[in-house]
Design a protein around this ligand. Sequence first.
Ligand code: HEC
Length: 162
Amino acid sequence: MRRLIPVIGLMLAVPLGAQQHDPATHQKHMVATSQSNKAIDGRQLVKFPEQMKEHTLANMRDHLLALQEIQAALASSDYDRAADVAETRLGMTALTAHGAHESSKFMPKGMQDAGSAMHRSASRFATTAKDASVTGEIKPAVGALAEVMGACVSCHTGYRLQ
Ligand code: HEC
């Protein structure tokens, strides 16, 4: 997990660099871009049948939407909703609903592992969010959400479909 931190740093550096037109920041932005391009070049191409690829990418867009809905729910202290979105759209429950079992046959082992890590960590987040509705303590849930996003980042760093 610790080796993911620079990657997250790069992802943050890019939009910051794009917004501020200070030349020094721009320089940093250029460095970040060339480094992240290097990372992109190293991704392994995984061949999915065309329809499965389209289905997977649509699913991915829903993953991002789910993260946004979870954050909005956390911000309004709607912990049960945050837990529900995580479990049904990203967690162990989502695993069967999304036909992930089908596509896992086409995935290299490392990609399968990143997928399982995402499903498991999303279900763990759901539990932490439910705890937050009792304790009012949100930090463990925020930390658990960072682990879910870590699984997104780790798979995206290693693999591509096109
Ligand atoms: C098991 C691997 C894996 C996991 C886990 C994963 N993704 Fe992806 N995702 C991919 C791959 C592979 C692509 C295609 C990238 C490419 O071909 O350039 C992708 C693409 C995407 C896209 C672009 C979709 C499009 O229309 O092009 C989004 C958005 C996305 N993922 C969001 C997420 C989010 C958010 C998470 C975590 C909640 C996540 N993904 C977890 C593998 C994964």
